[in-house]
Write a protein that binds this ligand. Structure first.
Ligand SMILES: NC(=O)c1ccc[n+]([C@@H]2O[C@H](COP(=O)([O-])OP(=O)(O)OC[C@H]3O[C@@H](n4cnc5c(N)ncnc54)[C@H](OP(=O)(O)O)[C@@H]3O)[C@@H](O)[C@H]2O)c1
Length: 190
């Protein structure tokens, strides 16, 4: 049976990967920063809990010990976002993890947007890690629209802080989660 360490199991988006993995019979070990989040991770479907923090490499190596795969997403706009992601890649490699799935972002080479540029060092670390890896580069998450939806219905219009001529598209993160689960259960891992 495949076992996967999940970063973000209690998160709004990454949390959607847990049921997708569970559906494929994967044992999920959730990385949580505080024991108080353990119940939330278990409710989401995690069977094991590892207490750790992306700021603490020792805790990441311990959390990744004995798992086949890692799912990782960088916490949004975290200071030192890139370093936190690279630390997870290095810990996974040191612990002998075979497959790493990184939920990155579309166009990580956009240097003017820190939340895009911070993904590039993590992708580069994966290329050099020797692990099997899949990098997912999703566009804007459709779930972002939830917060403004009821106001839009009341006001009769829906506005976004972008030019209406900007080319953009949305993805439902449940589809990203499905792709992540597929990548983590490919034959080579089983
Ligand atoms: N929104 C979009 O449209 C969009 C589009 C493309 C890409 N992205 C990218 O997707 C990511 C989404 O981030 P999010 O934070 O909103 O996702 P999220 O799914 O809500 O996940 C946040 C998770 O990260 C955990 N976490 C935070 N800091 C941690 C740390 N130091 N160590 C271990 N775990 C930690 C949180 O745990 P706790 O429970 O302990 O807080 C939580 O479970 C970002 O990298 C963003 O750039 C977003």
């Amino acid at each position: 049976m495949i076992k996967v360490l999940m970063v973000g199991a209690t998160g709004k988006y990454a949390g959607l990967v847990v049921p997708a993995l569970e559906h494929r019979g994967v044992t999920v070990r959730a990385l949580v920063r505080h024991g108080s989040k353990s119940d939330a991770a278990r409710r989401q479907g995690a069977q094991e809990i590892a207490i750790g923090d992306l700021h603490n490499p020792n805790s990441l190596r311990a959390a990744a010990a004995g798992v086949d795969g890692v799912f990782h997403l960088n916490p949004a706009f975290a200071p030192q976002e890139a370093e936190l992601g690279v630390a997870m890649v290095e810990a996974a490699r040191a612990s002998g993890v075979r497959k790493f799935v990184f939920s990155s972002v579309i166009h990580p080479s956009i240097s003017k947007l820190s939340n895009h540029a911070a993904k590039q060092p993590v992708e580069e670390a994966l290329y050099e890690s020797g692990m099997q890896f899949t990098v997912l580069q999703p566009t804007m998450f459709m779930q972002n629209l939830d917060s403004g939806w009821s106001a839009a219905l009341k006001q009769g219009h829906f506005s976004l802080p972008y030019s209406k001529y900007m080319k953009a598209s949305y993805v439902d993160y449940r589809d990203v989660a499905e792709a992540a689960a597929m990548a983590l259960t490919e034959d080579e891992l089983g």
